[in-house]
Design a protein around this ligand. Structure first.
Ligand SMILES: *Cc1c(COP(=O)(O)O)cnc(C)c1O
Length: 485
């Protein structure tokens, strides 16, 4: 059989009808999310279904859509669901979904060239500068997530410390040994960025935290002095604004002052927390962020933009460009025609081909407006306080960390830590398998915690009530299994 050369359909009318069915199915899914379990264990038959041989012949679109509805949609992680409280995951929005569809239809490649999609990305860069009170000379870039954004910041800081020669000659050509600083509560992707940058993860000093889980600034000053005395070259302080474990915000004013006094690059990992700048009642906690040399954050967490939409903002735009721009004949720039519009996004990061992440972000910011987004963010923090009060009112539960923002770490009380570890780990798994609520776990000062991060705009007080009630019920069952209180 001779197959059509083009991949477009022969019958657009039929495709159009099927497309509308697919769109309606997703609206149904989002409208009635609450009636579904947050997450459910995946049947082996469903897993087995994704080990088929490479398809040689075509399939019907209706059949593929059926597979999606039956075998994919029910077994996603559930982060769109109001009961999802694990890790730090955004919920997405119907408007973001529609914008993704438009972006996919356009199939824009935002590496470069003279096109309005890049003007849309630059528009978001302007708005981000405004949110963080950065100067016009600051540059920004959409990336996959904060892991990539932190890496870009580490690389720009490395160029700032060693000069442009490091790009050509590598670290080996320079006798200086760079060291960086973050708190013990910093996300592991900063160590990974140090690793990928060739500086080494052990060159990231993890500074102790105080009782509010903020980096101990005096300990930081001592670590810098010790490293200088040992002949090393401190170059970077990475503050955390919204730590992944407990939502702690480092004292950014103090870190900024110390970094400036020591001539170090001051980076802020604000992956999920930084967008709290949109909530007037929360913004003061982030005071000092406007002094950063670079900020990494995600629109896909608290910003609710569909995955993925990470962002890096760099104060010194020229240095940012110098750290990544690479001249080559096939990427030559012109003043007119398609090759105009330099600098291009590919001059500010490692990616050449890039999707249109800016569009779903532009739609989200325009459609909701930052006032409403700020209120939504503040509301998740109020729900976290509501959960905190429920825990304090339940003798069987105890809080394990202060609630600075939207993350609540607690546990079911047991007679000893060993029992508590086992019981609470079992509760987290059972909660997830129940489909009622999906928190995750973490370890706070050696104690296993049930960790609820209220990130999703769909979460309401009833979801908090359900989490508490189910935790108490499961805790009683687990305790009865051990025979120990
Ligand atoms: C989520 C998170 C990261 C990683 O961001 P990704 O978008 O998942 O790559 C880094 N730091 C903090 C504080 C985070 O919460």
């Amino acid at each position: 059989m001779k197959l059509r050369a083009t991949l477009d359909p022969e019958d657009w009318q039929a495709l159009r009808a099927q497309g509308h069915v697919m769109l309606d199915d997703m609206f149904d899914y989002l409208e009635h999310l609450r009636q579904r379990p947050v997450w459910q264990p995946i049947p082996q038959t469903v897993r087995d279904g994704f080990h088929e041989p490479l398809p040689t012949a075509p399939s019907e679109l209706t059949a593929l859509h059926r597979r999606f509805i039956d075998d994919i949609l029910p077994y996603a992680a559930g982060n769109a669901h109001p009961g999802f409280m694990g890790w730090v995951n955004g919920g997405g929005t119907p408007v973001g979904m529609l914008a993704e569809m438009l972006a996919a239809g356009l199939n824009a490649n935002l590496g470069g060239r003279d096109q309005i999609p890049i003007a849309v990305e630059r528009q978001v860069v302007e708005w981000v500068r405004e949110i963080f009170a950065f100067p016009e000379s600051a540059t920004g870039l959409f990336v996959t997530g904060t892991s990539a954004a932190n890496l870009i910041a580490v690389l720009v800081a490395r160029t700032a410390a060693l000069g442009l020669a490091v790009r050509r000659q590598g670290l080996a050509a320079d006798p200086r040994r760079l060291v960086a600083y973050a708190s013990t509560g910093a996300h592991v992707c900063i160590a990974k960025a140090m690793d990928i940058a060739g500086i080494g993860s052990e060159s990231l000093r993890l500074v102790a935290v105080n009782e509010r889980f903020q980096m101990d600034v005096a300990a930081l000053a001592r670590a810098i002095a010790d490293d200088r005395a040992a002949g090393l070259t401190p170059f970077l302080v990475a503050g955390t604004a919204g730590s992944v474990d407990v939502g702690a915000i480092d004292d950014l004013v103090a870190l900024g002052q110390l970094a400036r006094a020591q001539a170090l690059w001051f980076h802020v990992d604000g992956a999920y927390g930084a967008l709290a700048m949109l909530a007037p009642e929360l913004a003061p906690h982030f005071s000092g962020i406007e002094q950063a040399d670079s900020i990494a954050f995600d629109f896909h967490k608290w910003g609710q933009v569909p995955y993925d939409a990470g962002f890096v903002l760099v104060r010194d735009g020229e240095l940012h460009r110098d750290s990544f721009a690479s001249a080559t004949s096939y990427l030559k720039r012109e003043s007119r025609g398609l090759a105009a519009g330099s600098p291009w996004p590919c001059d500010f990061g490692p990616d050449l081909s890039r999707g249109f992440r800016a569009l779903k972000t532009w739609f989200t910011l325009k459609f909701y407006g930052v006032e409403r987004l700020g209120q939504m963010i503040a509301n998740t923090c109020q729900l976290a306080q509501y959960l905190k009060r429920q825990i304090e009112a339940s003798p069987a539960l105890e809080l394990l960390a202060p609630v600075a923002l939207n993350i609540v770490c607690f546990r079911y009380r047991c007679s000893d830590d060993t029992t508590a570890h086992r019981v609470n780990a079992a509760i987290v798994v059972a909660l997830q398998e129940s489909g009622v609520a999906a928190p995750s776990s973490t370890t706070i000062a050696g104690r296993l915690a049930i960790r609820a991060a209220i990130v999703n705009h769909r979460t309401e007080a009833q979801d908090i009530d359900a989490l508490v009630a189910k935790t108490l019920a499961l805790g009683a069952i687990e305790i009865s299994k051990t025979g120990k209180p």
